[in-house]
Ligand binder design. Structure first.
Ligand code: DAH
Length: 335
């Protein structure tokens, strides 16, 4: 039996040498230690042997079992080490770079321009009180202008802000006059969704308060900002508008960059594209912010950042922006 066992060990060693994978080794292991193995056969025969035979063969078989286990173990370690050493760190890895969202790109761009013109960039809360979103902006509870800005009224009595104009009041309270701020941010409206309407979009608010500020200052700043964003000199048009927080109020339009003002589908044949609302800050709003309207005047404006991004990147469906479909968003990758 001893001779036979020696043979077993030899053939085990040969088979182990041939193994290249862990799975191969485990197969060999079960062949030599499993139920049908020669070793197991001897072990089950032990009980039929005489006491003398048991005394000799018992320890021999045990020792053999240990040796087989050890050989298998050693070969497993060898293979595992080889696998680790074979790791090729130069192999290409399949990963993708993320990219900035178009709204983030345009926000960064426009705030850089404002910063260069001496504006401080501020931000306010998206969950806002009725006071900051409406009342302090000269929109009392029963004001018809509230109808144009239906929003989400929260259980805690707050609202999701409908406009970044709430920052006007926060800024006056925080910094007083004179003042030059701009505030980009997310706003919400209770809208039916379509290609041009979203319940969540972005604006950027601006406000300048100082002595003897006039509409000319407003126009100059707007002309500079929009031209820089569009990377070309733009022509602006002032139209009378209505906002409760400004008096007088204006809508500012940009001559269509696609058709140069002659009319095309993008500008709906009008030659102009609506860009922003603006005006001279209403005395009531200055008072809400603790600024004396007898001493100071100012202008304010609100630009639709989402609209701007859509125009700049020629996105014709607003829902793409909040949709999270990377196939669209990746097109705006910048390095
Ligand atoms: N908050 C206005 C809106 O969402 C936009 C706006 C108009 C802001 C005139 C202003 C402004 O600061 O002066 O429609």
């Amino acid at each position: 039996m001893k001779e036979e066992l020696k043979e077993v060990v030899l053939s085990l060693q040969n088979e182990l040498k041939e193994c290249t994978k862990e799975a191969d080794i485990l197969n060999v292991k079960s062949k030599y230690l499993g139920k049908k193995s020669t070793l197991n056969n001897y072990l089950s025969n032990l009980k039929d042997m005489t006491v003398e035979e048991k005394k000799v063969n018992g320890p021999l078989l045990n020792q053999m079992k240990k040796e087989i286990e050890k050989l298998v173990e050693t070969r497993l370690e060898e293979i595992n080490n080889q696998e680790t050493n074979n790791f090729d760190e130069t192999l290409p890895v399949d990963y993708e770079m993320g990219s900035l969202h178009p709204i983030t790109i345009i926000t960064n761009e426009i705030t850089d321009i404002f910063r260069k013109m001496g504006f401080t960039i501020v931000s306010g809360p998206e969950m806002e009180s009725d006071y900051y979103n409406f009342e302090a902006l000269n929109v009392p509870k029963d004001h018809p202008a509230r109808d144009m800005q239906d929003t989400y009224y929260l259980d805690n009595g707050m609202v999701l802000r409908t406009q970044t104009s709430d920052n006007q009041i926060h800024a006056m309270e925080n910094y007083g006059a004179p003042l030059r701020i701009c505030a980009p941010g997310r706003v919400f409206r209770n809208e039916d969704l379509d290609a041009n309407h979203e319940n969540t979009f972005f604006q950027i608010e601006g406000m300048v308060i100082d002595k003897e500020i006039s509409i000319e200052n407003l126009l100059y700043v707007m002309q500079k900002i929009i031209s820089e964003v569009m990377k070309q000199e733009v022509h602006l048009r002032l139209r009378p508008g209505y906002f409760p927080f400004t008096e007088p109020s204006y809508e500012i339009d940009m001559e269509c960059l696609i058709c140069g003002g002659s009319g095309c589908p993008t500008c709906k044949n009008s030659g102009y594209i609506e860009m922003l609302g603006s005006g001279m800050i209403h005395p009531n709003v200055l008072k809400s912010g603790g600024v004396d309207p007898e001493q100071y005047t100012g202008f304010a404006f609100g630009i639709g950042l989402t609209r701007l991004a859509m125009m700049k990147y020629k996105i014709n469906d607003i829902r793409v922006l909040n949709g999270g479909d990377l196939r669209y968003l990746k097109q705006f990758e910048i390095n």
